[in-house]
Design a protein around this ligand. Structure first.
Ligand code: SDX
Length: 391
């Protein structure tokens, strides 16, 4: 077996054959099961899109009604999981709380009957249904409050916003939030989906698969960027400071959050849609100074880095929408996770249906034939110094 050349980050290396979504990074195209994201954002709902991604086609009216009803009936979480969440430190990040509670679901449901369609359906329903409840529950419990029980009469997006605030959101806010879930649902083999696929390939349970993906999404180079964007815009503070900020980042090769993408070398089509959603919200609820800073920042970065294919990505405007909906900044990435559960589960099903465990190779660059030195004969080195040397 010949060993291929090592490509850092597996850039442009196919790791699967898939029919779930398609991205053209030069044209700025994103399709879910062949349907353009712009059409789904305009005409679909988050659960209909999740059904499309996971089961491979748009559901009939009856199929969608059954999928929605099953999810609405499974939104509550076990009191043992709630009691476990009460022990989480209030300063813990909601993504760590989500990863822990998602993995805990696996303790309550039969494991690994992956050849049983009923098990697959139940696991999809439970994860789609319970992840939003766990995100909302931690937001309240970390302050010492009881979580708000889901309401079976509210749709997916409306119920999540209700569980955050105990206020039923206005229809415009609920629809905008639902579109955000559509936009974040799937994006071919990104880092967290790749984690999900590697974990799926060992045939473990889907709760462990989602927990693995949540941990990966949390990083600032991936889903964690949306939270960092708001902090960056607040740090910039005014339109007048934007140019100097960008010039400093370029000079010091600092990554600017919400920009750049491994695949898109033009503006992420999701960023374009999210920007229109932000503007609709500002029309309804008043414009923020922070948005004007964002628009100026995008303009200056296009001028300074557009030639390198660095444009706004999905994380740049999403936070401005969530912030206007009154969602706390540290819940932005958990919301990304709520949406992406659909994509992770679609790739989980695709992986186990044509599985081969992931086991890549390496190019060894260490030494051989090193003698074992007895403990008493070893030279002492200051651990901090030696760790720095060994990097
Ligand atoms: C998501 O993969 C997906 O599909 C992910 C995602 C999804 O839906 O799942 O789309 C969601 O994760 C969006 C990305 C969110 N992350 C950020 O906004 C963090 C900031 N972005 C960067 O860290 C970066 O752009 C990445 C990680 C997103 C992509 O990095 P790559 O492809 O590894 O690019 P690179 O680091 O090799 O950079 C290439 C060049 C470098 O300059 P040179 O060394 O060639 O001179 O572009 C520069 C980089 O310095 N560059 C940036 C930059 N991103 C890349 N310079 C300034 N600011 C940036 N944001």
């Amino acid at each position: 077996m010949t060993v291929c050349e090592y490509i850092p980050g597996l850039e442009n290396i196919p790791a699967a054959r898939s029919s779930i979504s398609y991205v053209d990074g030069k044209q700025g195209i994103l399709e879910y099961r062949g349907i353009p994201i712009e059409e789904l954002a305009q005409k679909s709902t988050s659960l209909e899109t999740a059904y499309l991604l996971i089961w491979g086609r748009l559901p009939s009216k009856e199929e969608l009604a059954t999928f929605e009803a099953d999810i609405y009936n499974h939104r509550r979480i076990k009191y043992r999981i709630r009691d476990m969440m009460k022990c989480f430190p209030e300063t813990g990040h909601p993504m760590d709380a989500l990863q822990t509670s998602a993995a805990a679901l696996g303790l309550f449901y039969a494991r690994r009957t992956l050849n049983d369609p009923a098990y697959i359906w139940d696991a999809v329903v439970r994860l789609m249904a319970k992840i939003p409840t766990m995100v909302a529950a931690f937001k309240l419990m970390r302050k010492g409050n009881d979580p708000i029980q889901p309401r079976d009469d509210l749709d997916y997006a409306t119920n999540f916003l209700y569980m955050l605030t105990e206020q039923v959101p206005d229809p415009i806010a609920a629809r905008i939030f639902d579109v955000c879930l559509i936009l974040h649902a799937e994006h071919t083999i990104n880092a967290s989906t790749f984690s999900a696929m590697v974990t799926s390939s060992t045939l473990t349970d889907p709760y462990a698969v989602v927990a693995s993906a949540v941990g990966t999404l949390a990083g600032p180079l991936h889903g964690g960027a949306n939270e960092e964007v708001i902090e960056m815009l607040n740090e910039i503070g005014s339109i007048e400071n934007v140019r100097a900020y960008v010039e400093d980042c370029v000079t010091n090769k600092k990554k600017i959050m919400g920009f750049g993408h491994r695949v898109y070398k033009v503006k992420d089509p999701r960023a374009t849609i999210l920007q229109t959603l932000a503007e609709r919200l500002f029309d309804q609820r008043g414009r923020d100074r922070i948005y004007d800073i964002a628009v100026e920042l995008e303009k200056v970065i296009e001028e300074k880095l557009g030639h390198k294919g660095i444009y706004a990505n999905v994380d740049f405007y999403s936070g401005l929408v969530y912030r206007k909906l009154g969602i706390p900044t540290d819940l932005f990435t958990p919301i990304f996770a709520i949406a992406r559960v659909a994509g992770w589960l679609a790739h989980w099903r695709e992986q186990i249906n044509e599985n081969r465990i992931f086991r890549p190779t390496q190019i060894y660059q260490g030494e051989h034939g090193i003698p074992y030195v007895a403990l008493g004969d070893r030279v002492h080195r200051d651990p901090l110094v030696s760790v720095a040397d060994d990097r």
